[in-house]
Write a protein that binds this ligand. Structure first.
Ligand code: HEM
Length: 411
């Protein structure tokens, strides 16, 4: 059956600032997938790609579709933005080969070693310290009382941020991440510059301390990569870049997987009861929740060499937006794409990206979110919404409920 033309596409094409699309982009995605899969959006100044196969094709071809999309913009800023420009433009998500492969392999090694040896064994306890008091209380906000505090604690402990600094570091991080995500801010460049410099100063001092007396944390492991005498090593600035990126990448994503996931289960009570009755389905169930309403909605790339997708020719310097949210609901790949089906298997979603930039934190996030749901199910017989409708943040790069008050019935 042909999909009705979307009422939300006007002359400017897909406009992610429209409240109707923020609330529900899915019928418009379906229309685009069928009629205009490589869609020119005047409002976004680029091509919006919505089909699953096209999204994967772009993600696995860094030679044609570059991730280095901030250098030109930073190059136009005055000299005092130099520190911010060099730290943020070395974030893994903005690097191309060969730098990407070098920084990623060294960063991933430091990450994996610390996660496996230090964090994993403590993760269950960290989660239980967060979730048990909330279950005892009987009511809480799944985003602000559970998702964020847990994700912030996990990334802080991973990096080695000391408990008394966590709130301050998080405040700085939020400003930098809002800038990167394109959230509206007064004096956005200046605000981002100041807060990036606070973070750089903080992590530079911490790196100095760890150089003198290493601990079992990721910053110490990154510093060791910097001191490595072999040719391939991280520069001092790259150590700070990787640390600040981990701080940002691990915060909203895991928090939103938890909150969006609980929201989705409240919308599909039968699926929720199935999961509560059979907790061994949690590992596949949480993948389905990520497919259905994951935190990352859009990824961006810049075309390097002329190429085609379907009938459309893309030219060098064209901006390309990949709708992860649309790809994960593509009916060519997923039956009942607009429904939560916790038994769905195998799950081929692109919520963690694909190809050389595939999420480094996927294993940690999976383990964190799996244990959250296992502990929630073990501790409660039912969860109920304490809201009539949810709102999504007006930020289209991330799909994000603003709050999620729920009531839980302890077992
Ligand atoms: C629900 C949880 C998460 C989701 C959905 C998610 C999603 C993603 C996606 C889509 C990318 C690819 C970006 C691109 O191709 O441009 C990515 C990259 C990345 N993620 Fe995650 N992420 C999650 C959790 C985490 C966590 C917990 C960490 C670390 C603590 C992390 C660290 C990273 C890093 C460092 C990259 C950059 C990899 C690269 O560019 O080579 N992520 N993530």
């Amino acid at each position: 059956m042909p999909v009705a033309e979307s009422v939300f596409l006007n002359e400017g094409g897909f406009d992610p600032s429209k409240p109707e699309l923020i609330a529900d982009p899915y019928s418009t995605y379906r229309y685009l997938q069928e009629n205009d899969p490589v869609h020119w959006s005047e409002a976004m100044g680029g091509w919006l790609i919505t089909r699953y196969d096209d999204v994967r094709k772009v993600l696995r071809d860094p030679q044609t579709f570059s991730s280095e999309r901030v250098t030109t913009y930073f190059g136009q800023l005055p000299q005092e933005f130099q520190t911010m420009a060099s730290v943020l433009s070395s974030w893994l998500v903005f690097l191309d080969p060969p730098d990407h492969a070098r920084v990623r392999s060294l960063g991933a090694k430091a990450f994996t070693d610390i996660v496996l040896q230090e964090l994993q064994p403590r993760l269950g306890r960290i989660i239980s310290e967060t979730i048990t008091p909330l279950i005892d209380k009987g009511q809480f906000d799944a985003l602000h009382d559970l998702g964020y505090p847990l994700a912030i604690r996990v990334t802080s402990e991973l990096l080695g941020v000391s408990p008394e600094d966590v709130a301050q570091v998080d405040e700085w991080e939020v400003k930098v991440s809002q800038f990167i995500m394109g959230v509206f801010m007064e004096n956005k460049e200046e605000t981002a510059r100041i807060h990036t410099e606070y973070l750089v100063e903080y992590f530079t001092k911490l790196a100095h301390d760890r150089r003198l007396s290493p601990r079992a944390d990721m910053l110490s492991a990154l510093v060791a990569e910097n001191e490595n005498e072999e040719q391939d090593r991280l520069s001092a600035m790259e150590v700070i870049s990787v640390a600040t990126q981990i701080l940002t990448a691990g915060r909203d994503t895991s928090a939103l997987w938890i909150a969006n996931g609980i929201y989705s289960l409240l919308e599909f009570p039968e699926q929720r009861h199935m999961l509560w009755d059979q907790p061994d389905m949690v590992p596949s169930g949480i993948e389905e929740l990520l497919r259905f309403l994951g935190p990352v909605e859009l990824l961006a790339r810049i075309v390097r060499n002329e190429t085609t997708i379907g009938d459309i020719t893309l030219h060098p310097n064209d901006r390309v937006y990949l709708s992860v949210g649309a790809a994960n609901r593509d009916p060519r790949i997923f039956d009942q794409a607009d429904e939560v089906v916790v038994t769905r298997n195998p799950i081929r979603h692109v919520a963690f990206g694909w190809g050389p930039h595939f999420c480094i934190g996927a294993g940690l996030a999976r383990s964190e979110v799996r244990q959250v749901f296992e502990q929630l199910i073990a501790g409660t017989s039912e969860i109920r919404p304490m809201f009539d409708a949810v709102e999504f943040k007006p930020n289209f790069s991330a799909r994000c409920v603003t709050q999620l008050p729920i009531e839980v019935v302890a077992r």
